[in-house]
Every structure is written in C-alpha cells, then in structure tokens.
Design a protein around this ligand. Structure first.
Ligand SMILES: Cc1ncc(COP(=O)(O)O)c(C=O)c1O
Length: 473
C-alpha cells in the first residue's frame, strides 16, 4: 500500500498492524529458529522489509543508512538494477542446471576473473567456483594439501576465514573452536602488524620491521618448530592472509610488510593464499586488495561481493601449476550448487560493470573524502582513538577518553542506537547500520556502497557525529 496517500490516523493504524505482525513473528522466531547464527548477537533483532541503494527500510518505511553493506557483500548498492536484470534474464533463460553440465555464464565469468588476474599479476591460472566464502576456503585448503602434502598452515592473529571446521582451524579466535573438540590442523597464528596497538604507533617502518622479524625468526633454527634446516623443509603448507584484516577491524598493514613476508614464504616453500572474500571487488579501490602491496599470491579466494549479495557464489583462483587438471582432477571438490546459473549470471554482470568504469579512481576519491570527515570526528571526540582507511574500507576505533584504552561498551551503544533508528536527518528520523569488529570489539568497520554519493557520505558522518554524542551520555 502506498503510505503517501494515507492520513496520519490511517498511517498509525498501518504501523500498528505491521508492528504487531513483527512482534508475533519474533515470538515464533524465538521458538523455531536456531540461535546458532549471528542474529542474536543483537539484544533486539530487527526486521527489514525493503532495500535500495545505500538504504535499508523497516516496516514503517523508515530509512537506515547502511555503512556496512552486508560486510561488503553489496558493493554496488542494494537493488542494483543492472545486476537484478541480469538475474531476471537468467531466471527466464536457464534458472537451474546441475553443475556437472556447462553453461555459458560460468565459463565467461571464470574467463573474466582469470584474465583480470593475469593482467594484474602476470600469472596464468584457473578458477574453481563454490557457494560460500568458507567453502571456498575449504577448497583452498584442499588445494594446498594436495600440492604440498602439508596440513599445517600459518595464519594471522585477528584473521577470520569462516566458520566451517577447516576455516575455523585457520581463524584465530578460539571462541569459534572451543566447543567443537580437537582441531589437529589448527593454524599457527602470527601477530599482524597492527600499528595503532603496537609500540611503534607513529613509526610505520619500525612497525613493519618488528613484525616481519617476528615471522622471520621462525626460520632461524630448528627449535621454533616451523623449519628443518637439514632437509630445508617447512612443516607449513601455506600462509593464509587477509591483505587488510576484515573482522579483525579493517587493519591496514605497513606498505612493504607483505613484500617481505612473500620473500620469506618463497624461500621456505610456503604458498600464499590471499583471502579477498571481504576486501575484494574494489572495496579498497583495487579489484583485489593485495594489489596495493605488490605481491603475487599463489591462490586467491573470493566470495561476498562477486554477486553483489545476490545468488551466492564464491571461488578460488590458483596458479596453473597448482590447479592444472593433472594436479586437481575431476571430482577433487564439489558442491551441488557450486557454479549455479543465477550466481554466475550475477557475477558476470558485476565484472562487466567493473570493466566499464574506473572504479579505482572513484573509490579512492570517495574513500579519501570519507576519511577526512572521520578525521574531523577524531578531532572532535577524544573517544575516537584511531581512524584509517584504504578506498572505502574505513575504520574508527572507539576508546576511552585517553584515546587508546578500548571502549567496547561505547561502540556497542553506538551500534544499538544506530539500529534504534531515532537519529535526525532532514527533519525526519533515520537509522544507521554499523558493524563492530576488531580484537577488542571496539572498531566500527565501515564498508559503504561503492556507489554512495558524496551527500550520503556527509549524511553518514553527521549521523555518526550524533551517535557518538548520544552514546557518550
Ligand atoms: C575474510 C573472510 N574470509 C572468509 C569469510 C567467510 O565467508 P562466508 O561467511 O561466506 O562463509 C569471511 C566472512 O565474513 C571473511 O570476511
């Protein structure tokens, strides 16, 4: 029904109807839905009924500016017409097909991804699709094991690679493993160069040196448990990295850190698996975030933004030597929905959109504008301890008044107040969708739509300003 034509009284009646319906549904949800997902992280889980561009809308048509875009899955905005149309065309043409058969979009998309990677890294390789990010991580683990014969991996403290058993084993939080028994293949977690929380906060070079030395020392002698100097073999098959830590709090490493890490890995026969599930598809102003750091990964894992959050699709790309048919033959890994026709059609349209415009320039420019505004907030509020960003992957670390002690309670209040939807914008009420990450759960990780307008960035920063002021009270 069109709310605009209703009188105030009728509108209130409609609102009550929707709200009663939702509270009944919530009661049902409470009884029949598992609490095992992340819905009940929130005290009062919320329904949304519509989405468009940078906004979600509740049952009363109240807008919520989304500065997290489904953890960076919806990079090109909600309800993107071109991608929706591609999906509709596919629904009318070939909506379903068992993955044992070929369809055009699968091959065209794999080709586009492989060609883009070849252009950027000068490497030939192949693509293997799956459905979710964690499943693609599992595929990458299988590929590493197949090629190296090793089940032990390096990964970073603060890293997040998913919650299937294999992905949990290389994700640093013990919280995700604690209740699930033995993880014999648990990764060895190396400290990530997190400059703001290191002793070298104001010295990028020293921070880089310190953290790279920590890793290099693993290979100094045999007693670190990582390396046998006699056989010149490492016990580790690969290092799983996120170029910018996502769930870890959008932490950007020093500029040359990964180059040095790559050198150490190469010298010791350790593959580099680049997890781009959250930072890929121009989030940072490059197709893949690792491009900022000048290294050539052996395997790239992607998901989320590939379909702009429509039909799920994820995948891995690997160097030809690792994934050639003699190494990774038919049936090496498989899922019923792995290269589904709807996902590949959406992914293909996403890749075409990125090819038509200079997203690099656009995202870096918007990111710079947004970051400057975050610096203004940092100057205004001592509780904003750190702000940083690369492209439109931005962070705001919420602290005590000293600007360093993590203040999780304040970040949580900001998150909740944003969701309550009582902020002011243009004489109306509005909500703000945020996500909290970071080692101390005090970092607001901002991943707005890459299509966000400058006026929406201004709006977002004014809402953040209101939020901090309100949450402090
Ligand atoms: C870097 C990274 N890797 C892996 C995953 C897991 O992906 P999924 O949730 O699709 O299984 C995520 C999800 O947040 C992620 O951010």
């Amino acid at each position: 029904m069109n709310n605009i034509k209703l009188s105030t009284k009728e509108k209130l009646k409609e609102q009550n109807k929707h709200e009663t319906y939702e509270s009944n549904l919530l009661e049902i949800e409470n009884q029949v839905c598992s609490y095992g997902d992340t819905v009940h992280y929130a005290e009062n889980p919320k329904f949304f009924t519509r989405c468009l561009g940078s906004f979600l809308f509740d049952c009363n048509n109240k807008p919520y500016l989304d500065l997290q875009m489904w953890y960076s899955a919806v990079n090109l905005g909600y309800g993107n017409k071109r991608i929706n149309d591609a999906l509709i065309t596919q629904i009318n043409k070939l909506p379903q097909l068992a993955c044992q058969y070929l369809h055009y979009e699968k091959v065209e998309l794999a080709n586009l991804i492989a060609k883009n990677i070849e252009q950027r890294f000068g490497l030939k390789g192949r693509v293997h699709f799956n459905v979710g990010g964690s499943q693609a991580i599992e595929d990458a683990l299988k590929l590493v094991r197949k090629n190296t014969g090793k089940q032990h991996m390096f990964a970073f403290e603060g890293g997040y690679h998913g919650r299937t058993l294999g992905a949990s084993a290389i994700t640093s939080s013990y919280r995700y493993r604690e209740a699930y028994g033995e993880f014999a293949d648990r990764a060895e977690f190396i400290p990530f160069p997190y400059r703001f929380r290191s002793t070298f906060r104001n010295d990028e070079r020293k921070c880089e040196e310190y953290y790279i030395n920590l890793f290099e020392k693993k290979f100094e002698h045999e007693y670190t448990g990582a390396w046998n100097p006699k056989t010149k073999k490492s016990e580790f098959g690969a290092f799983f990295i996120e170029p910018i830590q996502g769930t870890g709090g959008y932490i950007i490493p020093p500029a040359n850190y990964f180059k040095k890490l790559e050198k150490i890995c190469k010298e010791h026969g350790i593959l580099i698996v680049d997890d781009e599930i959250q930072m890929g598809f121009y989030r940072t102003g490059k197709l893949f975030a690792i491009e900022h750091f000048g290294i050539k990964p052996d395997i790239i894992v992607f998901g989320k933004g590939l379909t702009n959050g429509l039909n799920p699709l994820s995948g891995i790309w690997a160097r030809e030597e690792l994934i050639s048919p003699d190494k990774f033959g038919p049936g090496s890994t498989h899922s019923t929905f792995s290269s589904n026709t709807l996902g590949t059609a959406a992914g293909l349209e996403v890749m075409k959109i990125y090819a038509e415009e200079d997203y690099s320039e656009k995202v870096l420019k918007k990111g710079k504008y947004f970051l400057n505004k975050l610096f203004d907030l940092k100057s205004k509020y001592p509780e904003v301890g750190d702000v940083d960003g690369l492209g439109l992957a931005l962070r705001m670390e919420i602290c005590e008044k000293d600007g360093i002690t993590p203040n999780r309670a304040l970040a949580d209040r900001m998150f909740q107040l944003g969701l309550d939807g009582n902020l002011k914008a243009n004489g109306d009420k509005m909500g703000l969708i945020l996500d909290i990450g970071g080692y101390y759960k005090n970092v607001i990780t901002l991943a707005p739509s890459l299509e966000i307008s400058y006026s929406e960035i201004d709006l977002g920063c004014s809402l953040l300003d209101q939020l901090i002021a309100k949450a402090k009270k």
